[in-house]
Ligand binder design. Structure first.
Ligand code: CA
Length: 240
């Protein structure tokens, strides 16, 4: 059913075969329904720091590290990057608002999908730009036994962060797999861009308020409008 998308991907990347052995999961907006809290915390922290920032910008910047998001706003407002001190101050503020407001909830159907993937003996990796302790600590509680430290790339590991391919290339290296043996699940335009630039087959799942078309435009190989849709089609993708 998805053989056209897969053939197109193989042709474009000049890969010999599509043979998934591991799935790389993004965290915010894929595992946890946390984006609305991130966006609200960013808007509050930026505005309080005298920097204009909208919710839409929050969603469009999803996937970047905190430092990179702050630099982007500084470039736009002051024509320069933020200093280390300014970054720490604003990120601290953002984290305080996030921790105060966020309720940690799973994206519906993602746990079922993870269990299915585990039963299919595919490797499960986490690739996130987040350094938010609450969420990283919640992984084991919400998804017991599914994510292990050695199979994670977080904000603490990367220099560039998404949309740069670095985080996905780092995960690929950790997995010791070929790029045609990996499937990425992402919900944000910059995350899709990062995975695509790393040469990986990327499934875009729209779990937020953006038009799903932004995921196609960013280079997603298949786009689903919600996790339920992906869960129900998962075996068809593997068997294509
Ligand atoms: Ca995300």
């Amino acid at each position: 059913m998805f053989s056209n998308e897969i053939e197109k991907f193989l042709r474009l990347k000049k890969y010999p075969v599509f043979d998934p052995k591991a799935v790389f999961f993004d965290m915010d907006g894929v595992l946890f329904d946390s984006m609305k809290y991130h966006v609200s915390a960013w808007v509050q922290a930026m505005v309080e720091s005298g920097l204009p920032f909208t919710e839409l910008e929050g969603y469009m910047n999803e996937g970047r590290t905190g430092a990179s998001t702050i630099d982007g706003v500084f470039m736009r407002v002051y024509g320069r990057e933020a200093t280390e001190e300014e970054k720490q101050e604003i990120y601290k503020l953002k984290s305080i608002y996030f921790e105060a407001e966020a309720k940690i909830e799973q994206i519906p159907f993602v746990h079922e999908l993870l269990l299915k993937i585990q039963a299919q003996h595919l490797g499960i990796f986490l690739v996130t730009g987040s350094g938010q302790a609450t969420l990283l600590d919640s992984l084991e509680k919400h998804f017991p036994g599914l994510f292990i430290q050695e199979r994670m790339v977080t904000a603490f590991d990367v220099k560039m962060g998404k949309p740069h391919p670095e985080p996905y290339l780092m995960a690929l290296k950790k997995s010791k797999l070929n790029p045609w043996e990996v499937v990425v699940i992402e919900n944000a335009p910059l995350g899709v861009e990062s995975a695509n630039a790393a040469g990986l087959f990327t499934i875009g799942v729209n779990t937020g308020p953006l038009d799903p078309k932004v995921l196609t435009d960013s280079g997603a190989n298949i786009v689903f409008d919600g996790m339920k849709d992906l869960f129900e089609n998962w075996n068809k993708i593997l068997n294509s």
